[in-house]
Design a protein around this ligand. Sequence first.
Ligand code: SAH
Length: 222
Amino acid sequence: MTRFDLNGIGMTSQRTRDRLVARLRDKGIRNEEVLAAIARVPRHIFVDEALAHRAYEDTALPIGYGQTISQPFIVALMTQALLSRPRSRVLEVGTGSGYQTAVLASLRPHVRRVFSIERLRDLSERAEQRLYAMGSRSVRFRYGDGYAGWPEEAPFDGILVTAAPPEVPEALLEQLDVGGRLVVPVGGDGVQELKVYDRTERGLNVETLEYVRFVPLVKGKR
Ligand code: SAH
């Protein structure tokens, strides 16, 4: 990852990133691997150059097409929830900028392989280019509708949905392996509940973690 080691360059310095990590720690993120991943992944390369100076603020930022790169706290919270145990096959629905994807990919060996779906071709292609440039080879990208999941690669022992469906998509529950965990914001426009589904031998357990705000999960690819 040396090509992205931009230490000392103004707002993109390691110190700026470490300050963000300190904030996430203050806000209750406890998983050290997740905090280290946030410290490692250069978020400024996932936003427009004009916004790069704000990349290490704990806020969502626009990435075009009315979409946003998630707030780092939410990325950390969802990743921490996913990693209640190591995961070997993780599906991400809503690639967007690819930042969450990169955080997952940088968590090897706690996360072994990542599959990421996006319904907007341009975002999917640009995310793939960024991850390739960063040297990630454990990720596969797909331009498609995440409501259908990724049946050819199922089952998954981790699924992260980074846009909000009104209800949990059936296909995602079907593609969740026993022992697997699905983290998904559920609800209409405005506020949603961040839910965690665990598939056990005896069925599904559900828990609500937090109230969150995501862009909607839209049916169909464009
Ligand atoms: N994880 C992203 C967050 C992107 S915002 C990041 O870190 O940048 C949510 C993304 O979900 C948007 O890019 C949006 O286009 C995408 N999306 C919305 N509906 C979708 C669907 N049905 N299938 C796949 N992606 C979808």
